[in-house]
Design a protein. Structure first.
Length: 275
């Protein structure tokens, strides 16, 4: 089935909720059966979900694919990790096993794995860790050793520092930081990231989190001459480059923009102006 009016040619599906549970204060983890729309989804891509009638909330909301659910090697669904912040996420949090969730997917450009990359660092801030989980398992599927994937996760407090155990279960080196010291090292995720880079320089850093954190991670990587891919979140109304509301400035300012929904959400950090 395909949706109409602007979302033409975009696979739409009434996904079925497999589970939907709280993993910390205000953060939910949902499993969805959506074998048609998501069968080719790649790490870093996102879905647009509709949670209500056509009027309220009017617009679909974007969410990163947290993990792919597979059966005999084929993708049959996806996981979402989401923070409850407003009307759509409140409605999502109330969904139960067997309920339907209307989604359009897969959207955007995901993470890339260049040739000759063996050691990478994943840096997630708060709910920004969401797309890094699928990325981590995909990198291992692509042939990277789990020991070559270091994961640095930070957040304001214990409730914001998410998914550490799942990355550890994949055999990755996981380090945690929190602003208040309630979990992991006290301090910013960027401090922990720099320490880990001093120990061993990664070939590539992948990151997602709040804008200020992404800016800092991009600066650190640039100073250390390390490649960096950032997954950027902006307010986004349509997800298909019709409204042009998710524009970001290009680094070489010839007045042109890129759009998070179409050119991203994953960009090479050096393509973007962080000012
Ligand atoms: C490509 C992309 C991927 C995303 N992936 C995830 C994800 O995996 N998990 C997750 O929890 N969230 C994710 N988000 C953010 C998510 O889309 C918003 O939190 C959601 O739209 C809020 O909807 P709402 O109706 O509940 O809240 P609203 O009532 O729309 O907003 C509540 C508050 O959240 C703020 N807000 C809304 N959208 C964003 C945004 N994109 N960035 C920053 N602040 C925002 C609003 O300004 C407002 O203050 C992603 C956003 C993008 C663009």
């Amino acid at each position: 089935m395909y949706v109409q009016a602007g979302l033409k040619d975009m696979p739409q599906e009434n996904a079925k909720v497999i589970w939907n549970r709280a993993v910390s204060k205000n953060t939910m983890h949902m499993g969805l059966d959506c074998r048609k729309a998501c069968r080719d989804v790649l790490p870093g891509q996102f879905v647009m979900v509709r949670t209500g009638s056509r009027v309220d909330p009017l617009l679909r909301r974007p969410f990163s694919v947290h993990q792919a659910i597979k059966d005999q090697g084929k993708i049959t669904g996806i996981e979402l990790l989401y923070k409850v912040v407003g009307s759509s996420t409140e409605r999502m949090a109330a969904l139960k096993e067997g309920d339907a969730l209307d989604l359009v997917a897969p959207l955007g450009q995901g993470f890339r794995l260049p040739d000759h990359v063996a050691n990478v660092m994943l840096v997630g801030g708060g709910i920004g860790v969401a797309p890094l989980m699928y990325l981590g398992s995909w990198l291992v599927e692509k042939g990277l050793s789990p020991l070559g994937v270091r994961v640095i996760i930070g957040g304001r407090n214990r409730d914001d520092v998410l998914c550490g155990e799942r990355f550890s279960a994949m055999g990755m080196d996981v380090r945690l930081a929190s602003d208040d010291g309630s979990v992991g090292e006290k301090g910013l995720v960027t401090g922990l990231m720099e320490k880990a880079m001093d120990e061993a320089k990664p070939d590539l850093v992948y990151t997602c989190g709040p804008h200020g954190m992404l800016h800092a991670v991009a600066d650190i990587c640039e100073k250390r001459d390390t490649a960096c891919q950032v997954s950027v979140e902006t307010l986004m109304a349509c997800g298909i480059c019709a409204c042009l509301g998710c524009a970001v400035h290009k680094r070489n300012d010839d007045g042109s923009y890129m759009h998070v929904c179409k050119n991203g959400p994953v960009f090479d950090a050096r393509e973007l102006s962080w000012a």
